[in-house]
Structure formats: structure tokens, C-alpha cells
Design a protein around this ligand. Structure first.
Ligand code: NAD
Length: 255
């Protein structure tokens, strides 16, 4: 039996590294996937990849920080598959200019909060009533290990947005338990994607970071996809309100 047989899943940022790996896994596990992204080409490529592996998916183009667009996107997903069972609030940004609060630019701070945090609230606001209509389901949010530990090289707007997502996750879980909707979050450490690679420009920078990783490697998108799939599935049916760290052990290591 596949883990997500017949489930209808709304994946934000489904054209990106973790969103694509997750969408592909959800599809292999039997789900129908709404691949939601601001980037048309990326969303359509994920849909092509899902179709190529024999799955069913639709590309929905929306800015998930915009309330009108989120409302429309959720409507399109419900129309496409006749309902909604699972929401994966994965879309997020981590601009390189985001450093310390001491020299933060307020417009950029708002932008990061809008895309990371406010989108999580907005997509949940419009998707959860549909999930409740189905008798329950799951919401999976995307936090970060930077919501759990500080960093010598700060990314304060990002870390603050992810900390708020962790808090929102717990509050949503408490409110939605009676509707049989579980709400959990992933909190990944550095996962090697094209974007994260730019933070480690040379082999020495990578070596220094890896010294702190008990499992001695960076994450891969499939690590996040596997946990998101588990949290969305019945195997996690008694888990809610949890922020689950996957970071190769970094946050357990006092170096
Ligand atoms: N890669 C990592 O190391 C890492 C670690 C911890 C958490 N995360 C989180 O995982 C999530 C995915 O990260 P990723 O590494 O796959 O990044 P990514 O840049 O590859 O993917 C993000 C996707 O979100 C989309 N997106 C951005 N703004 C959007 C908006 N306003 N509306 C709709 N879509 C939008 C982008 O177009 C992109 O396809 C993010 O929330 C990120 O913060 C990543």
C-alpha cells in the first residue's frame, strides 16, 4: 500500500529543490499534486517530471504571499482534484543580503516575512477549511534548524520568520486537532541545493561547516522529502504540533 494513495496535496514552492523532490515522492506514493509556484517554468517542469513517472499533477502559478492569489490558487487545486487533503507550506526565500538585525533593511525584512511566514498563514487560512471538509488531513510547514539554534553568520530575518512558523505550527495543531487535522513542521539543516551552494564558495568553507555535522554530510532534497511524506501520511497519525529537526546532528553538537 502506498503511503499517500489518493491524497490531494497542495505543495507551495513545488518548482524549487525541496518542493520538487517532495512533489515527486508524494506522487510516487500515490498522491495527486498541485505544484504551486511563482515561477511558471519551474512549476511546469515539476509537473512534467511527475507525469513522466506516471503520476498526476497540475501547475498552479501564484505568489503565495498575496492573499487574492492564494485564494484563487486553492480554488484551482480543489477544482482540479475535487478536494484537498494535505497542505505542504514549503515555499520560502533566503536572500544572501539577509544578515544581522544590526544592519537590517526593513523593506527586505518585511519581504522575507511575507514570503516565508505570511504565506504559511495565508495558504493555511484558505486550504484548511477544504481539508476539514474531507474529515481531516495534514498540514506540513517548513521551518529551519535556524529556528532552533543561532548562527555565527546570522540570517536574522530568515531565522525569525522560521521561528514564527514553528510557533504557528504548534498553535495550528492545538486548534485543528478536533477537526482531525495534524500540523507539524520540518526543520532542516543545510541541504545542498544550487542556492545553498553559494553560501559555501570554496572547499574550505564546506570543510569547516562539515566539522560540525556528526553525520559528516550536507542534506539532500530527498532527506526533506522523506520526512514531509512521513508527516503527511497515516504513519504519523498520532503526531501533531511537532517541529522535527533533520540536520545530520548539527544542533546536537557543541563544537
Ligand atoms: N535548502 C536548505 O538548506 C533549506 C534548509 C532549511 C529550510 N529550507 C526551506 O525549505 C524551503 C524550500 O527551500 P529550497 O532549498 O527548495 O529553495 P528553492 O529556492 O529551491 O525553492 C523555493 C521555491 O519557492 C518558490 N517561491 C519563492 N517565493 C515564492 C512566492 N512568493 N510564491 C510562490 N512561490 C515562491 C521559488 O520560485 C522556488 O521554486 C524553504 O522554505 C526554505 O527556507 C531550506
Amino acid at each position: 500500500m502506498k503511503q499517500l494513495e489518493g491524497k490531494r496535496i497542495f505543495v507551495t514552492g513545488g518548482g524549487g529543490a525541496l518542493g520538487r523532490a517532495s512533489s515527486l515522492l508524494f506522487s510516487r506514493e500515490g498522491a495527486m499534486v498541485s505544484v504551486v509556484d511563482i515561477n511558471t517554468e519551474a512549476a511546469e517542469e515539476t509537473v512534467r517530471m511527475i507525469t513522466a513517472q506516471g503520476g498526476t499533477a497540475v501547475a498552479i502559478i501564484a505568489d503565495v504571499s498575496d492573499e487574492t492569489q492564494v485564494q484563487r490558487a486553492v480554488g484551482e487545486a480543489v477544482d482540479a482534484f475535487g478536494g484537498l487533503d494535505t497542505l505542504f507550506n514549503n515555499a520560502g526565500i533566503m536572500p544572501h543580503q539577509d544578515k544581522s538585525f544590526l544592519d537590517a533593511d526593513l523593506d527586505q525584512w518585511h519581504f522575507i516575512s511575507n514570503v516565508n511566514l505570511h504565506s504559511t498563514m495565508l495558504c493555511s487560512k484558505y486550504a484548511v477549511p477544504h481539508i476539514a471538509n474531507e474529515g481531516g488531513g495534514a498540514v506540513v510547514n517548513m521551518s529551519s534548524f535556524l529556528a532552533v539554534i543561532g548562527c555565527t553568520y546570522p540570517q536574522d530575518a530568515y531565522a525569525a520568520s522560521k521561528g514564527a512558523i514553528s510557533s504557528l505550527t504548534r498553535s495550528m495543531a492545538v486548534q485543528l486537532g478536533s477537526k482531525n487535522i495534524r500540523v507539524n513542521a520540518l526543520a532542516p539543516g543545510p541541504i545542498m541545493t544550487a542556492h545553498v551552494e553559494q553560501f559555501f564558495p570554496d572547499p574550505e568553507a564546506r570543510r569547516i561547516r562539515l566539522e560540525r555535522v556528526p553525520l559528516a554530510r550536507f542534506g539532500v532534497p530527498e532527506d526533506a522529502a522523506g520526512l514531509a511524506c512521513f508527516l503527511a501520511s497515516e504513519a504519523a497519525s498520532w503526531i501533531t504540533g511537532q517541529i522535527i529537526v533533520l540536520d545530520g546532528g548539527i544542533s546536537s553538537n557543541y563544537l
